[in-house]
Design a protein around this ligand. Structure first.
Ligand SMILES: Nc1ncnc2c1ncn2[C@@H]1O[C@H](COP(=O)(O)OP(=O)(O)OP(=O)(O)O)[C@@H](O)[C@H]1O
Ligand SMILES: [Mg+2]
Length: 571
């Protein structure tokens, strides 16, 4: 027997049966329209991502890198984020795509760890510094700007100093630093026996770096190295090295003495010329001044979730690349060291999860967050020009697992191949787990490669023929065609990207200019326009102290200290 309430309900349903049917039909049509329009991108690529990648479109600090704008199943706006283990490759032609304005800037504004970001212009700094400074301040950190060619404050920040000798008191660091500088400077390029000249340059520089880092009166001042190089100095570094009780110091001293005594004049001069090539940008007095001391401590930088903006104008790129790469690598090595010292975090700790659930159910306090070292996101915008890291291949493939996820940007894969060589470029590209490709590319091999990665799909074909009796015959069949032909990829509309994520099918994402979108506008408001966010500058707290951020409340950047004043602050 049914209760009176159920009977009443069934009677009501019966009376409104036709309205319910119509309502259901309408809902199906609406859902169908939604699935056909906002949820589908160009070339019918889906915009609805798997739940693991899709997040609510709210600006909060997140573990994974921002990838672009997607849709939910009901057509609502969602944002795409990679996982904490992902590395991101972005390929798009210059100016029109919106790599920086659409992806790099919002990514910087939402990544919850420390950040190193490279750029030719101060656009990332301008749009994200307010949020990055807020995060750093929360953890006792700072925002640093490395712009060795700047002759005054950049967007209100006085650039920091960094000496390539930082950390070189340790022979291992000195050896790695010299390798990075010599490799990035491409010493001996287009010369016969390039390896020989490179090895010769490294023999001199290794010994010089270790000796200069232990210099009795000016430890860490890079002008010591440049002076020794100009004078072909042997005596002073040999004296310092002979007094060092360090592994390798005596071997390097012997190496340097060998260059002095066992090579002829011509070869020796060529070794010195090769060494000078790796450091040629330090011939610019402004750059050399920025190498006189080090204002950043990588371990503290990481622990305090600070941000480092590396700004290398395009006209100085080739000269500055070795310095920028060496600086970034020094932070990467420190991040690895901190991460390895802490041990890996298990992806799914069931015991911890059970304890957490138990505590929450019993009304207790949740477990405190695991105190692992924060991660460092490397945003290598214009990778091949600014900081072509020699170890990029290993950073991309295993850095995310050791606390250093990476997002690199190039204007075509040809740029990457030109810089790293075919095999290394291929390895870097294939190890990047999220690939974002913009339209407008004209590099045929890149277009071909991406088209093949996107794959084929089966299309129905119809063939019309005239048979011997003169009748038209239609034959239907199927054939496999590229899902996205190279020309279609080139014609992808502006502000759209194709996302290739792990083994998943391709998706279409939007990458609109962040500063123009309501949901992101406040988070990426430029410093000058942010009120009452103060324009900021950095000044040394004491001659040797690292830089401290000081606020100039309500002062627009234009009114910040002039070059002369900036120079006064600097030692
Ligand atoms: N805040 C902004 N407001 C309006 N337009 C902007 C803004 N930022 C960038 N743009 C425009 O968006 C386009 C893309 O700029 P973006 O700097 O992102 O290019 P990109 O893909 O990074 O190119 P490149 O490889 O040259 O760096 C440019 O035409 C630029 O003028
Ligand atoms: Mg850019």
């Amino acid at each position: 027997m049914l209760s009176p309430i159920v009977q009443h309900g069934l009677a009501a349903l019966g009376a409104h049966r036709s309205a319910i049917v119509w309502g259901g039909l309408l809902a199906v049509v609406v859902l169908w329209v939604i699935r056909r329009t906002p949820c589908i991108g160009p070339y019918r690529l889906p915009r609805v991502l798997p739940w693991r990648l899709s997040r609510r479109p709210v600006v909060i600090w997140r573990e994974g890198p921002f990838l672009g704008w997607s849709r939910g199943r009901l057509g609502q706006t969602r944002w795409a984020f990679g996982s904490r283990e992902d590395s991101v490759a972005i390929v798009g032609p210059p100016r029109i795509s919106g790599k920086t304005a659409g992806i790099v800037i919002p990514q910087a504004a939402m990544f919850d760890g420390a950040l190193v970001t490279t750029s030719t212009k101060p656009d990332v700094l301008r749009h994200t510094v307010a949020r990055r400074l807020a995060l750093a301040r929360e953890h006792g950190g700072d925002v640093y700007v490395y712009a060795p060619t700047a002759d005054g404050p950049v967007e209100g920040f006085r650039p920091m100093r960094w000496s390539p000798l930082a950390g070189c008191e340790d022979p291992l660091v000195a050896a790695m630093r010299v390798d990075a500088l010599v490799t990035v400077a491409d010493v001996g390029r287009n010369v016969e026996n390039a390896d020989h000249w490179r090895a010769g340059a490294a023999r001199i520089l290794r010994a010089y770096f270790l000796a200069a880092a232990h210099h009795p009166s000016r430890p860490g001042d890079f002008s010591v190295v440049t002076r020794w190089l100009s004078l072909h100095e042997f005596r002073e570094p040999l004296v310092i090295l002979s007094g060092l009780p360090l592994d390798g110091a005596q071997d390097w001293a012997a190496d340097l003495a060998g260059v002095d005594q066992r090579t002829n004049d011509r070869e020796r001069s060529s070794f010195f010329a090769a060494a000078a090539t790796a450091l040629k940008v330090t011939a610019v007095p402004r750059v050399l001044r920025s190498c006189s001391a080090t204002d950043i401590d990588p371990a503290e930088f990481i622990r305090t979730r600070s941000t480092l903006y590396i700004i290398s104008p395009s006209e100085y790129q080739s000269g500055l690349a070795p310095l920028c790469s060496a600086l970034v690598e020094s932070i990467v090595h420190e991040a690895y060291r901190l991460h390895d010292a802490h041990g890996p975090r298990s992806a799914l700790d069931l015991r911890r999860l059970a304890t957490q659930v138990g505590r929450l159910l019993s009304g207790g306090d949740p477990l405190p967050q695991e105190a692992g070292p924060p991660r460092v996101l490397l945003q290598l915008d214009e990778l091949t020009n600014i900081a072509p890291l020699p170890s990029l291949e290993s950073i991309v493939s295993q850095g995310a697992g050791r606390g250093v996820p990476c997002c690199w940007t190039v204007q075509s894969l040809a740029q990457l191949r030109n810089r790293y060589g075919d095999h290394a470029a291929e390895a870097i590209w294939s190890a990047s787990t999220c690939k974002l490709i913009f339209g407008g590319l004209a590099d045929v091999s890149t277009l071909d490669q991406v088209s093949r990665l996107v794959g084929d799909h089966r299309v129905r074909t119809r063939t019309v023929s005239i048979d011997p009796e003169g009748y038209r015959r239609r034959t239907y069949g199927y054939e496999w065609r590229p899902r996205l032909a190279p020309s279609q990829l080139r014609e992808l509309p502006r502000k759209w990207t194709v996302l290739l994520y792990h083994q998943r099918r391709p998706y279409a994402l939007r990458a609109p200019i962040a500063a123009r979108k309501r949901r992101l506008r406040d988070a990426v408001r430029p410093v000058a326009a942010a009120a009452p966010v103060a324009a900021m500058s950095q000044a040394a707290t004491s001659p040797d102290a690292r830089l401290r951020v000081v606020e100039f409340d309500d002062v627009p950047p234009a009114a910040l200290p002039t070059d002369a004043e900036g120079a006064e602050v600097q030692r």
